[in-house]
Design a protein around this ligand. Structure first.
Ligand code: GPP
Ligand code: MG
Length: 286
């Protein structure tokens, strides 16, 4: 790790990036910490799949555990789309949060994982988890900017972003990922994006932006930015219907934060999609 890539003024280049880092450095929400406490995997993404309705009648802990199960199921779906990964491969987690998806990837594939985040608190938290889990030599977290990681070109078999792309310019991001991926390497993105067909950013989507200091992109931009950077989609999955039950359960839980109604409205009215895109890195036209 060199000073040139880890020095705060280099990692946080804009006032916007500083404000995003400040948000995540201060984040301590029970909706994330209590869920993570269930088994030590701390996620910063949402859930997929049906919930067991019997949890609604039980003690609060059962709802917490069920929300956590759905979030881990989401990370499993993401990892299912990475294709073949061997122990000798390296993976990159772009916007790694408290490390949940990175640890699951290492558990599944045995490979090395690098997580990058612009939050120094998240680096510290996730690195502590890596020590605790005994995988600090295989899963490393770095205070770096995913738009300019400073890592070696052509060195990653796979890269993913689990709900982090709404913080960055997609053309800049995919240019960096295309540089980092080896030929044939796979990029997997799970994201919320707005629907180009419904006439721009809806009120509910604006509320989501406001809540997280982010800027949700239109669906189209993912594909134009990938095409411009030698990333060719192999799978596109609309996960919207599968994430709605998570939001319904979360709205009825003690850890609801108030953003649930914005997600439910945006998904139900069709102004917003929960999308998975998997893409392969090819060579440019010669
Ligand atoms: C945060 O997860 C997720 C985002 C900031 C990205 C926004 C996602 C979209 C699909 C638009 P979190 O687990 O930190 O959020 P919360 O605290 O609400 O659980
Ligand atoms: Mg959360």
């Amino acid at each position: 790790m060199t000073m040139s890539t880890t020095d705060a003024s280099r990692v946080l280049r804009t006032d916007y990036q500083k404000s995003v880092a400040a948000y995540w450095n201060n984040e301590q929400d029970p909706v994330n910490l209590r869920l993570g406490d269930v088994d030590g995997l701390y996620h910063h993404h949402y859930g997929l799949g049906e919930y067991d309705p019997s949890v609604l009648a039980g003690p609060d802990d059962r709802i917490i555990a069920e929300l956590h199960r759905l979030e881990s199921a989401q990370a499993d779906v993401l990892l299912d789309h990475l294709g073949a990964v061997s122990r000798d491969d390296r993976l990159l987690d772009g916007g790694s949060g408290r490390g949940g998806t990175s640890f699951m990837a290492n558990q599944r594939f045995g490979c090395q994982v690098d997580g990058v985040t612009i939050s120094e608190q998240q680096v510290e938290f996730a690195s502590g988890q890596a020590e605790r889990r005994g995988v600090a030599d295989r899963v490393r977290f770095h205070f770096r900017n995913m738009l300019d990681t400073g890592f070696e070109s052509d060195s990653y078999r796979g890269i993913w972003t689990n709900e982090t792309t709404m913080y960055v310019d997609l053309f800049a991001l995919f240019s960096e990922f295309s540089r980092l991926l080896e030929y044939g390497g796979r990029y997997v993105c799970i994201t919320g994006c707005y629907n180009d067909l419904t006439g721009g950013r809806s009120k509910a989507v604006s509320q989501i932006d406001e809540r997280y200091t982010c800027s949700v992109h239109p669906r189209s931009e993912y594909f134009t930015a990938m095409a411009a950077n030698n990333l060719v989609p192999i799978n596109v999955v609309d996960l919207t219907a599968q994430t709605i039950p998570y939001w319904e359960l979360r709205a009825n839980s003690s850890v609801a934060t108030g953003v649930e109604s914005s997600f439910l409205t945006a998904y139900r009215e069709g102004s917003f999609h929960y999308l998975l895109i998997a893409a392969d890195r090819v060579n440019g036209r010669r």
